[in-house]
Design a protein around this ligand. Structure first.
Ligand code: C5P
Length: 420
């Protein structure tokens, strides 16, 4: 897809304080070459590193600095300024501005615009490695991502302060490419508007398993597969290459997804193994905990007057636990579900540790919730950082939210892994 007049092409670029601010000058040049209109806002900290004149010369537009500027307000109010662009970019985003964004503080023009805007926001953090690694910064970032803010970088490398680590602002070409992608531009020959997971691979398990007793009978459960299928669809919609390993369901195979049909847990595990390596694995299947220990090839006969047969059960392989095992083939991100009837968060947290997965989506399947087989789901999103209750929504809405989180996680991990 090439640029067209219908593509949104206007950004508000907030330049906060940091030695890396010089990189935004080159970024503006990249963007201007692609016809993107860039309107700059310079914080007091940012002005210590780049001048309004440089920003003005490269953006060919007025540079805004003051919240209480009579001239600026009479030309254009700050609310209007915050909403005129198609995308708001903060680069470099200092630890200070990230903290203010998280807290909703607005004591200058930049933070006021960030609180007032109704447009998508992309932040490109840059700071000292210790400041970046500090729990406060990491928690602030997690909150911002949860609120829908996109993050690019920082990168690893030597810092201006002499230390080494993560904290460098991404290079101008990568920052410009990320901005163009979010504006819906073609940056590498493909339509990347919906492709935040392009180049990534995902494995999703879904549905129940059927554990054979004999050639005609089996043990099953009530899973409909709706949540797992919706997750496969949502990941594919973001551009991921998805393999869906599904037990027997009534659902059609999702479009744009490779679906592998299996029946038993053993078959599911073997199909999952064949799909590796992947970047992310989401185990949403309701895998039977037990299989029949000695499955017969013959139909078990009901003999007149004989006692009913006794079924000896054996434990099934735990697919989630297997995929979560540390090792070179482990997916970068392993996600499981915990269908519980008691304290969902406590049980889900314990399950996360027991299964060795990164995230657990805990849901209440008590009688009356309608979760099993129903269209809606209420989820507690459990990670290393704690538990977060998501509002009740359709299984597709839950899937979209999860896909977005996965994209944010893999995106951030990808940037962090990219040393110069
Ligand atoms: O242990 P429990 O069945 O409650 O764990 C639920 C999670 O583990 C789900 O993500 C499910 O897909 C996964 N699981 C699995 N293999 C099993 C049992 C559960 O992958 N044998």
């Amino acid at each position: 897809m090439s640029d067209t007049a219908s593509e949104p092409r206007r950004i508000l670029l907030i330049v906060s304080g940091g030695i890396a601010a010089y990189k935004v000058l080159e970024t503006i040049r990249h963007l201007r070459r692609r016809g993107v209109a860039v309107r700059c806002v310079l914080t007091a900290g940012g002005a210590q590193f780049v001048t309004p004149l440089s920003l003005h010369a490269l953006s060919e537009d007025k540079v805004y600095q003051d919240l209480f500027s009579l001239t600026d307000e009479s030309e254009m109010g700050h609310i209007e300024l915050s909403r005129q662009a198609d995308l708001v970019v903060v680069a470099p985003a200092s630890a200070d501005i990230l903290a203010k964004m998280t807290a909703g503080l607005c004591d200058d023009l930049a933070t006021t615009l960030l609180l007032a805007t109704d447009k998508p926001v992309l932040v490109a953090p840059a700071m000292n490695v210790r400041m970046w690694e500090h729990a406060a910064t990491q928690e602030n970032l997690a909150t911002l991502i949860r609120r829908g803010i996109s993050v690019i970088g920082p990168e690893e490398g030597p810092m201006a302060c002499g230390e080494y680590g993560y904290g460098r602002l991404v290079e101008p070409d990568r920052l410009a490419a990320a901005i163009l992608r979010r504006l819906g531009h073609d940056t590498d020959g493909t339509d990347t508007k919906q492709s935040v997971l392009a180049g990534r691979s995902a494995l999703v398990t879904s549905g129940p398993t059927h554990e054979p007793i004999d050639p005609v009978r089996y043990i099953a459960n009530r899973s409909s597969g709706r949540q797992g299928h919706a997750i496969a669809e949502a990941l594919a919609a973001l551009g991921a290459r998805v393999t869906l390993v599904s037990g027997p369901t009534r659902l059609p195979d999702p479009a744009g997804v490779t679906t592998v049909h299996i029946e038993s847990a053993e078959e599911m595990l073997s199909a999952c193994r064949s799909a590796l390596p992947v970047d992310v694995a989401v185990c949403a299947a309701a895998v039977a905990d037990w299989k029949v220990a000695a499955r017969t090839g013959e139909k078990i006969k009901k003999e007149e007057g004989a006692a009913p047969p006794t079924l000896a059960l054996a434990e099934n392989p735990d697919i989630l636990k297997t995929l979560g095992q540390p090792g070179p083939g482990r997916p970068q991100l392993v996600v499981g579900f915990a269908a519980e009837t008691g304290d969902v968060v406590a049980r889900g947290t314990a399950k996360r540790a027991r299964k060795g997965c990164d995230w657990i989506l805990g849901n209440d399947v008590s009688e009356g919730t309608g979760t099993f087989g129903g269209a809606e789901n209420s989820v507690h999103f459990i990670t290393e950082a704690g538990a977060e209750a998501w509002p009740t929504g359709s299984k597709r809405a839950v899937a979209d939210e999860l896909a977005r989180r996965i994209a944010a996680h893999l995106g951030a991990a990808g940037e962090r892994g990219a040393a110069e």
